[in-house]
Ligand binder design. Structure first.
Ligand code: C2E
Ligand code: CA
Ligand code: CA
Ligand code: CA
Length: 274
């Protein structure tokens, strides 16, 4: 059997074999990380400009790995989506975010990202209901953020789950809008409460196509009764251009990077004082 394994492994170039071993190590480290509570929520403010105030925070997960340091979700979320570990991570995120937000001033909303894989899990609605009940948070303060990729398969079942979630009293956001497929159809079939303009459109607002897209999404939001949030605002110039298009709600490094929960009070003061 040993010789057999050897001949199979020789089918791969050495670099590929190392990559496969590293990816297996990553999965096993992520499983351990869930057992050892190595995940932590950071929070990034969503700002309402007319009120000059933070209207809420988006929870963004971080992995504090004892061997790898702090790892960004762009690296581990796709891996956890591929092997189903995202369901356990999602339960942690939901439970911990609700627990923390229940102690915030009650005018602040809490946005939580949901992956498509979580919709395939046994009881997403039940899990979320439990987090709401245990924390005591008012469900109307909760925004669940989903992306268009959610609708790639079984759109009817997904829409039904979203309807059930909304019946719990919480709100639903369309995240990264404009980067996926057939988004307009889903906007009319499901009552989203909020639409987030993807940061790729905000990044280069000097391009007239991007200004046109921002303008179109603003119009869509106004016509359909959805709040529009512009993401990835980094410069005063972008802020001015967005304001000129009528954007009132924004998120980005210009206001604050995502920071740990211990910085929440500081963020509330800093944004108010500009
Ligand atoms: P997202 O939901 O689109 O979150 C926004 C991302 O943009 C965050 O990256 C945030 O740090 C970053 N960002 C915010 N403002 C700016 C800005 O002005 N400039 C730039 N360049 N970036 C900005 P982060 O925290 O690395 O998260 C990446 C993605 O990982 C998220 O994108 C989301 O899709 C996913 N993610 C994060 N936390 C969770 C979670 O708890 N559950 C799930 N399912 N996915 C998560
Ligand atoms: Ca998001
Ligand atoms: Ca986004
Ligand atoms: Ca994104």
């Amino acid at each position: 059997a040993k010789a057999d394994t050897g001949s199979k492994l020789r089918l791969y170039a050495p670099g590929i074999r190392e990559e496969m071993e590293e990816s297996q190590r990553l999965v096993s480290d992520l499983r351990d990380a869930l057992d050892r509570d190595e995940f932590e929520l950071y929070f990034q403010p969503i700002v309402n400009l007319p009120q000059r105030a933070i209207s809420g925070f988006e929870a963004l997960v971080r992995w504090n790995s004892p061997t790898r340091g702090q790892v960004s979700p762009g690296l581990f979320i796709p891996v956890m989506e591929a092997n189903g570990l995202i369901v356990r991570l999602g339960r942690f995120v939901m439970r911990d975010a609700c627990r923390q937000a229940a102690r915030w001033p009650s005018n602040l909303s809490l946005s939580i990202n949901l992956s498509p894989a979580q919709f395939k899990s046994a009881d997403l609605v039940g899990d979320i209901r439990k987090s709401i009940e245990t924390s005591g948070i008012d469900p109307r303060r909760l925004q669940l953020e989903v992306t268009e990729s959610l609708f790639l398969d079984e759109a009817d079942a997904i829409l039904e789950t979203l309807v059930q979630l909304r019946r719990l009293g919480l709100l639903v956001s369309m995240d990264d809008f404009g980067t996926g497929y057939s988004s307009l159809g889903y906007l009319s079939r499901f009552p989203f409460d909020r639409i987030k303009i993807d940061q790729s459109f905000v990044r280069d607002m000097s391009r007239s196509e991007n200004i046109a897209i921002v303008r179109a999404v603003q119009g869509l939001g106004a016509a359909m009764g959805m709040t529009v949030v512009a993401e990835g605002v980094e410069t005063a110039e972008q802020l001015a251009m967005l304001e000129a298009e009528g954007c009132t709600d924004m998120q980005g490094f210009l206001f604050s990077r995502p920071r740990p929960a211990s910085d929440l009070a500081k963020m509330l003061v800093e944004v108010r004082n500009g």
